[in-house]
Design a protein around this ligand. Structure first.
Ligand code: FE
Length: 181
C-alpha cells in the first residue's frame, strides 16, 4: 500500500474515535487543523503537519481516552517516528514539537492559555505544565519551533463542533508534495 493510502486508511478506519474529551472526533479535528493552516496561507509541509499532528493518537496502543485515565500517550513522539519514514523534517518536526509548543505558549501568552479547553488543561498537566523562562528561551531557538507554535494555535482552535470542512482527499496533494524518496 502506498504511504498516503496507508495513512488515510488509518483516518478512515480509526478517525471516528473521540478527540480527547472534546465533542468532535479525530478525523474532524485533523481536517479542521489542516483547513486553518491552509486558510492562513501555510506551505505544503505545514499543512501536512497540521493534518497529521495527532496521527500518533490513532496508532497508539493505550486505548481510547488515555489522558482521561491519567496516561500521557507521548503521541507526538510516536507519530513523528512513524511519519519520518515518509516525510522530512519540515513535516515531522512541527508534529514532534507541537506539545512543547503548547507548554511554550501557556508560559508566554496569557491569552492563549485562557483558550485551552478543560481536556487540554488536563493533558497539559500530564505533559509537564508550562515551560519556565529558561525552557521557553531554549525551545524557541530550535528548528521549526515557530512552525510548531503556529500549528499549536490552529490545533487549539480546531475543536468546533459541526464545522464543515473539505474531505480528507482535498489535502492529499499537499502530502504528496512532501513525500520523500
Ligand atoms: Fe490536536
Amino acid at each position: 500500500m502506498s504511504p498516503l493510502n496507508e495513512i488515510f486508511a488509518v483516518y478512515i478506519n480509526r478517525g471516528g474515535s473521540a478527540y480527547g474529551g472534546e465533542r468532535i472526533n479525530q478525523l474532524e479535528h485533523a481536517l479542521q487543523t489542516a483547513l486553518l493552516a491552509e486558510q492562513a496561507g501555510a506551505d505544503a509541509p505545514l499543512i501536512a503537519a497540521s493534518l497529521l499532528h495527532d496521527y500518533g493518537h490513532l496508532i497508539h496502543d493505550f486505548g481510547a481516552g488515555a489522558a482521561g485515565r491519567g496516561i500521557d500517550d507521548r503521541h507526538e513522539v510516536l507519530r513523528a517516528a512513524k511519519l519520518s519514514a515518509f516525510f522530512g523534517d519540515a513535516v515531522t518536526m512541527p508534529v514532534r514539537l507541537h506539545v512543547e509548543a503548547k507548554r511554550f505558549l501557556c508560559a508566554s501568552d496569557a491569552a492563549y492559555a485562557k483558550t485551552l479547553s478543560p481536556a487540554s488543561i488536563r493533558s497539559l498537566e500530564l505533559q509537564g505544565g508550562p515551560f519556565n523562562s529558561a525552557e521557553c528561551a531554549g525551545f524557541i531557538k530550535r528548528s521549526f519551533a515557530a512552525d510548531s507554535v503556529k500549528l499549536r494555535r490552529w490545533d487549539e482552535a480546531a475543536k468546533r463542533y459541526g464545522l464543515q470542512t473539505p474531505a480528507l482527499q482535498h489535502f492529499r496533494s499537499y502530502l504528496e508534495a512532501c513525500l520523500i524518496g
